[in-house]
Design a protein around this ligand. Sequence first.
Ligand SMILES: Cc1cc2nc3c(=O)[nH]c(=O)nc-3n(C[C@H](O)[C@H](O)[C@H](O)COP(=O)(O)O)c2cc1C
Length: 201
Amino acid sequence: MANVLFVNACVRQEKSRTLKLARHFLAAYAALHPEDTVVERDVMVERLEPLYPDTLDYQERLLEEGRTDDPMFAAAHQFAAADKVVIAAPFWEQSFPAVLRVYLERVSGKNLSFYYDEAGGKHSLCHVRKLLFLTTRGGDFSAPEAQWLEMGANQLKAIAHSFDIPEFRTIAADGLDIVGNDVEQIMAKAMAECDEVAKTF
Ligand SMILES: Cc1cc2nc3c(=O)[nH]c(=O)nc-3n(C[C@H](O)[C@H](O)[C@H](O)COP(=O)(O)O)c2cc1C
């Protein structure tokens, strides 16, 4: 029985096409893996603050004192304990919405998601084995020559690597705001990919 964490950063909520994709994936996944538990974390609900000087000082003090049971670390503990994580976020400003970045700041931290051994080696404290990123984009960044402009999936891939998460995958619906594109067809293709990935995720 796997413990799946769904991180919802779809700011347009029920209007969001990314959320529609995520709900499709999660329904397909639940049908194939009824024994697994899926918990949703809606990053809009908490209104987490970025790490300003005082919040960073506070966080560092707590970590120095070993007070990792502080509510400030709830997101980090939840993330680290999951077997599989699904993150859904739209493509904004060549990346993803700031609320997701703030969430990731909270998830990442020394002695939370990783630790250094005495020789200075970095080790992950995350249990997560698989990370799936679901996104939709206004422009089309699927071509190899456009991928350097895409800092959402690429950033999460790097973060997954830094947490020693062995499997990272993205499902993206590209070009949804390009006039003349068949949005329904692009979404249907991404949903079919969700159905396939749900079998092995
Ligand atoms: C604030 C904002 C920023 C966006 N920035 C970009 C961008 O940099 N590049 C792009 O191709 N599309 C951009 N878009 C378009 C979205 O990627 C696209 O409409 C996406 O499908 C929205 O997902 P949603 O329906 O889940 O909200 C932006 C949209 C918004 C609202």
